[in-house]
Design a protein around this ligand. Structure first.
Ligand code: S3P
Length: 438
């Protein structure tokens, strides 16, 4: 669907961003494997998380989603509540057809860990984009635990996973990936002994937090995890925090559009996700976080961002996994900062929903930015005036949203030819822009 964005003079208001994508996926998975009912409010009804729901429904789990607008709901779409009647760790049934993860790497990789320990075989597939993404990163460690996984080719989807008896292992993750770590933690629930997982840097720890909430056991010591087998998990009532990765677009819009101030309430501020706030503050951004509280073990707060004069920065190392999904929007902010910005150690961007080094660089160059690709990141010289243009997001929701925010500060009209991809993580994104503009 073609979407048009025009420049704005000012953005003032409140945005309630949708629920966190990573936490929504994990809530469905753990709810399905727990005994009893799990209730997830502020659930993200984006396409990725719907694919996770469909996967568990196809394995015999009763999952219902209802809209509860008015209950502090998001202004973009309604607030959704999901009810899951879990059947316990051994309650899944063999699905009648292929499980479709769609565009969702989280669905595919975490589910692979769960399927590895079942007593049936299942086939896991994805869309054209997900079929290109690497799966050896989960196949290798799961095989080490005894999993039987047959890829059709090249260690990519589709995968046939024949459930088997799993054993504990010691494993060092080659990349700091929460998806891989979580696949191992899920498989460990079914193993005969604990697994030890070493990680090169800390990545998002939502699986660890939520699993403990459901009665499972996983321990972390100086970055090394011990993931334990489980006897039983118990259904929970959780309110999902707002997604900081979605908030990132409106934080950035507030920083870049003159005289703007945007407030976002109830956003997840888990330290494994707040790298962008740290970098923006170092760049001189006016961002405050108030009213910090706890939601199911996850810290949440109200974020206020206001227009700021930014300066370029060099960033890399262990902060990268703490902002991996926010690098496209950080690159846009850097095009408006005074001086040079260097983003290093971010080669993982090449295997996201698109090659986010190439696509970010190409897209921002089309707007007139001074940006070049590096093997592990980008080099950006600012500030550069942007001019509206026509871009395609290459089936990548985060590129579509980055381009839309660029359109708010660019001269003239910006057209995003395939704007429907925002529905993967932020249904109603363009309505929020319209409302703020008004
Ligand atoms: C996610 C982990 C990250 C992130 C993705 C969601 C998760 O991927 O990019 O959007 O929910 O675990 P990696 O673990 O591959 O870095």
């Amino acid at each position: 669907m073609q979407m048009e964005v025009r420049p704005v003079r000012q953005l003032i208001g409140e945005v309630i961003v949708p629920g966190d994508k990573s936490i929504s996926h994990r809530g469905v998975m753990l709810g399905a494997l727990a005994k009893g009912t799990t209730r997830l409010s502020r659930f993200l009804a984006g396409e990725d998380c719907i694919n996770t729901i469909l996967a568990f429904q196809s394995m015999g789990i009763d999952i219902q989603m209802r809209s509860s607008s008015g209950e502090g709901g998001s202004d973009s779409s309604e607030d959704y509540t999901v009810l899951i009647r879990g059947k316990g760790l051994h309650g899944l049934q063999k699905p009648h057809s292929i499980i479709q993860a769609g565009n969702s790497g989280t669905t595919a990789r975490l589910l692979a860990g769960i399927l590895a320990g079942q007593s049936f075989a299942a086939v896991l597939d994805g869309d054209e984009s997900l079929r290109k993404r690497p799966m050896s990163r989960i196949i290798d460690p799961l095989r080490k635990m005894g999993a039987r996984i047959s890829p059709q080719d090249h260690n990519t989807l589709p995968l046939t996973i024949q459930g088997s008896r799993l054993k504990g292992m010691e494993y060092t993750l080659p990349v700091a990936s929460a998806q891989v770590k979580s696949a191992i933690v899920f498989a460990s629930l079914y193993a005969d002994s604990p697994s030890i997982i070493r990680q090169p840097a800390r990545s998002r720890d939502h699986t660890e937090i939520m699993l403990q909430h459901f009665g499972g056991r996983v321990e972390e010591q100086e970055g090394t995890l011990t993931a334990y087998p489980a006897q039983e998990l118990h259904g929970q009532d959780l309110r999902i925090p707002g997604d900081i990765s979605s908030a990132a677009y409106f934080i950035t819009a507030a920083l870049l559009v003159p005289n703007s101030r945007i407030i976002m309430r109830g956003v997840g501020i888990n330290p494994t996700r707040t790298g962008l706030l740290d970098v923006y503050r170092q760049m001189g951004a006016d961002i405050t976080v108030d009213n910090i509280r706890n939601a199911g073990g996850e810290p949440v707060g109200d974020i206020t961002a206001a227009h700021s004069a930014l300066k370029g920065i060099e960033t890399g190392g262990s902060i990268i996994p703490r902002m991996i999904d926010e690098i496209p929007i950080l690159a846009l902010a850097a095009t408006q900062a005074q001086g040079t910005t260097v983003i290093r150690d971010a080669a993982e961007l090449k295997v996201k929903e698109s090659n986010r080094i190439d696509v970010v660089v190409r897209t921002l160059q089309a707007f007139g930015a001074d940006i070049e690709a590096r093997d592990d990141g980008m080099l950006i010289h600012g500030p550069a005036p942007l001019t509206g243009c026509t871009v395609a997001c290459e089936k990548d929701h985060r590129i579509a949203m980055m381009a839309a925010i660029a359109g708010l500060i660019a001269k003239g009209r910006t057209t995003i030819t395939d704007g429907q991809w925002v529905d993967v993580s932020f249904p109603g994104f363009f309505h929020v822009i319209d409302r703020l503009r008004a």
